[in-house]
Design a protein around this ligand. Structure first.
Ligand code: HEM
Length: 539
């Protein structure tokens, strides 16, 4: 009692203030001492204690990284401090070889708020736990493969495009010109596409957007779909808040953003759980009716995820690691479904918007694309596009690649090392966080001649392809965590581009306007106003 009394009698406001300032001073001293004595100092901006840099909260992180790339990235590596964590940014193809090897399976350290969002050991994209990631990835690939090799993804694109383009035609303005915000329409398109791919249920968000523009009545089902699609958008736009250090999550300007993201996330998970439960019931009903035939049917992704490694699995795996041979639980399925929606929607939307932007600014490229489309569909410009057609659309694919080289939607691909190793000519201790800055690598003049020029021939002419450094183009990442949706994405994009240019003449409304973008974890096209003129009405 006596000691406590003594301490309290000393606790005057000035003493508290001095103690507080001393702690802050010690923290700052320790922070900069660690910074200036760090191993392998690389060039980069001076960090601010705790925060690292305010730029991360300001919007377009990629524009900032690209500026830093020009200032500090000359030798192929620079460094940043984001939210108190040192990050090594690699901007040269030859330095990322080891990061793409099989020993690199972890994308992020387990810090920030991953556990609060129940993402630390769930799904694929943000899962940092090797064993759960390995199991999820194995089952996801097993479920995805038959779907990717089937005509289904292409058929879904044909069906949805038919629906969407009919709405566009109905929205024609004077002189038969249609003006639309392509980013908004395609965002709905990809959401309906992923819904069909994963559950074979039409989510009707293309329809809801049309109804909204026409001021038509919305059904409850359509409003529900809209809400679900919107929560994907919210997550993608604000996802950097998942990485906020726990220590600062309650600061005034961060707390509300974290809360909003968390509420959105709970809603997202709840809806995914309902989708999984309802599909499971549907499957059980089919099994109980004794009319099931999972072998001859091309299954949707969710059905495959549910029945893999059960007695109803149409393609049971032989000689697999026993830890991979059990069925998934509903929580595990929810985790990978979350990834299919988050990783499989906006990446495609943004890539498509960037493709349209670059084609419009390069009339020679557009001419060559139209010639290719004409040569493939000369027989019938209105028929469905098939897998065989896609194999002939090589220039179209080269345009997609060149667009993703110059303006990737995923520009930061991270790896976290759990063992010491050599990267970019330096020996790094374990627990180092690396970012393969794909926009920097894709635009590095050491790998690409005139990198700022849009030249799809780089990916079309065999002699040009031969010249490329193996890792100088990172559209889908690489190594064990390479994008598992890359084939589906290419099918979706090629089919969509061919359908669009076959049916419409496509022009930008404002040729002077730069791309309207913002980067959180991916670069997001906020709006792209396009003028469409139905082809049969031209000339
Ligand atoms: C143009 C479209 C797309 C682009 C540019 C893209 C790009 C990427 C990139 C760069 C990565 C990181 C790879 C790495 O770390 O090495 C990734 C991961 C991933 N992507 Fe895609 N992606 C696209 C479409 C899709 C689609 C359609 C799906 C699924 C339906 C998908 C599902 C995933 C998943 C689940 C991961 C995490 C994989 C893991 O951590 O194991 N992506 N994607």
């Amino acid at each position: 009692m006596g000691l406590l009394h003594l301490i309290l009698s000393y606790l005057k406001p000035t003493n508290i203030l001095i103690a507080f300032l001393s702690i802050i001073f010690l923290y700052i001293f320790h922070f900069y001492y660690k910074h200036f004595t760090r191993i392998n100092p690389l060039p980069g901006p001076l960090p601010i204690p705790l925060i690292g840099s305010f730029e991360i909260f300001k919007g377009d992180i990629d524009a900032w990284l690209y500026r830093l790339n020009k200032e500090y990235g000359r030798d192929g590596a620079y460094e940043l401090n984001i939210s108190g964590n040192r990050q090594i940014i690699i901007t040269r193809a030859e330095y990322i070889e080891s990061l793409l090897s099989s020993s690199h399976t972890i994308r992020t350290p387990n810090n920030g708020l991953l556990d609060l969002f129940d993402l630390d050991k769930k799904g694929l994209g943000l899962n940092h736990d090797y064993n759960t990631w390995k199991f999820n990835r194995h089952i996801f690939l097993q479920a995805m493969m038959p779907l990717t090799n089937s005509p289904k993804p292409g058929n879904f694109v044909n069906i949805l495009f038919e629906e969407m383009s009919n709405y566009w035609i109905d929205l024609k303005q004077k002189d038969d010109i249609i003006i639309i915000d392509m980013a908004t329409w395609i965002r709905r398109f990809t959401y309906d596409f992923v819904s069909l791919l994963t559950t074979e249920k039409h989510a009707n968000t293309i329809n809801s957007h049309y109804r909204k523009l026409k001021n038509e009545v919305m059904t409850k089902e359509i409003i529900d779909s809209e809400e679900f699609a919107e929560c994907i958008n919210i997550f993608i736009l604000d996802s950097q808040f998942v990485f906020v250090p726990k220590l600062i999550k309650d600061l005034p300007f961060i707390k509300n953003r974290v809360k909003k993201l968390l509420d959105n996330h709970h809603f997202f998970y709840k809806r995914l759980e309902e989708i999984v439960r309802s599909k499971r019931k549907e499957i059980e009903k089919t099994i109980n009716s004794n009319h099931y035939d999972f072998k001859s049917k091309q299954l949707d992704l969710l059905t495959s995820l549910i029945i893999t490694n059960t007695p109803y699995d149409p393609q049971p795996q032989k000689n697999v690691d026993p830890s991979l041979s059990r069925p998934m639980t509903d929580a595990e399925i929810r985790g990978v479904m979350f990834d299919a929606y988050v990783a499989g929607t906006d990446t495609t939307v943004n890539t498509l918007c960037f493709v349209l932007y670059y084609i419009s600014h390069n009339p020679n490229v557009k001419k060559k694309l139209l010639e290719e489309i004409k040569s493939v569909f000369n027989d019938d410009p209105n028929r469905q596009i098939t897998i065989d057609d896609l194999e002939k659309l090589n220039y179209c694919e080269a345009i997609i690649n060149e667009t993703s080289r110059i303006r990737p939607t995923v520009s930061m691909i991270s790896r976290y090392s759990y063992q010491p190793e050599e990267v970019a000519g330096y020996k790094w201790p374990k627990n180092t966080f690396f970012i393969m800055y794909s926009r920097g690598i894709n635009n590095n003049p050491l790998h690409w001649k005139d990198p700022e020029k849009f030249i799809p021939e780089r990916f079309y002419e065999p002699q040009e392809i031969e010249k490329q450094h193996e890792n100088s183009f990172l559209m889908f990442g690489g190594g064990p965590r390479i994008c598992p949706g890359r084939k589906v994405a290419m099918i979706e994009l090629k089919t969509l581009i061919a359908l669009l240019y076959r049916k419409f003449d496509v022009e930008l409304v404002d040729m002077q306007a730069p791309l309207n973008i913002e980067t959180s974890t991916i670069t997001f096209c906020k709006e792209l106003n396009i003028k469409l003129i139905p082809r049969e009405l031209k000339n």
